[in-house]
Design a protein around this ligand. Sequence first.
Ligand code: RIB
Length: 313
Amino acid sequence: MANKKILVVGSANMDLSMNMYKVPEVGETLIDDGGVAYIPGGKGANAAIALNKLGADCYFSAKVGADLHGQKLYQYYKEIGINTSYLKVDRENPTGLAVVMKESDGNNRIVVYPGANGNLTPENITEAFECEPDALYIGFEIPFSVALTAARIAASKGIPIFVDAAPASKDHALESLPPVEVFSPNETETETYTGILPQGTDSALRAALALYKRVKAKYIVLKQGDRGAFVYDGKHFFVIPAIRIGKAIDTTAAGDAFTAALTVEYLNNGGNIRNAVKFGIAAGAITVTRKGASTSIPTAEEVQALILKEDLI
Ligand code: RIB
């Protein structure tokens, strides 16, 4: 089977990843030598890397600054094997920077300075479709209008669309999106979009219904961390529980890996959403046991091995 060609339209960040036993209180200064590192990140780039490692041919439409971080990211994507023909350089803004504050339980808080990500243009996206992708994958760490342009171009060409709906904003006009295959926010993003925090089956169903009214999606897939994933198709729902394979070291990029893995499996297996979500769950489970964003993403072989071990499919 030939690899699917997937165009990712999204963000590229350098992550300043800091470990700390707890985030500081207001007015507090903490000294904590838990470790600090610059690690390639960005929700779009993490997904592009995951798609590539999980067996797709990934084309990445994004923007970085004309600076050291931009150069490092470009080199990193090249080494991994991502097609960078549509990675543009912004001469006016620096590369996006994310400050990732990671507490000792593996959970994180992230603040993103968008920099060049905010300057990706509809013209950049139009050009990227020259690669004639089998699918489009978008996230919202770029201007929503640009993500929307990408979705509209894909829809006009009959290209299936997958949406990792992060980060969320009440201002996103979700109703304007053309029909998509999968629309996937996490719990806090779902709360921003619907006002409902989906933490049990009842609230997840109410939230999924609310989203389904706003987004023309074949499947709403709510990422619920250690609760697993909740899937709704407008008529039926099911839950795939999370799996835990070790201590959660760092949850950064677990959601990105989940949606990317789901997308690859969905495309490779004729739209079998149940198996696709299981693939996503396995990819996310491995990701949280490793440090960093892009550096924690597993390969297809690792995900397959875990699926076999856990008898998931
Ligand atoms: O989803 C994790 C990512 O969110 C990090 O890599 C950071 O760059 C932010 O975009």
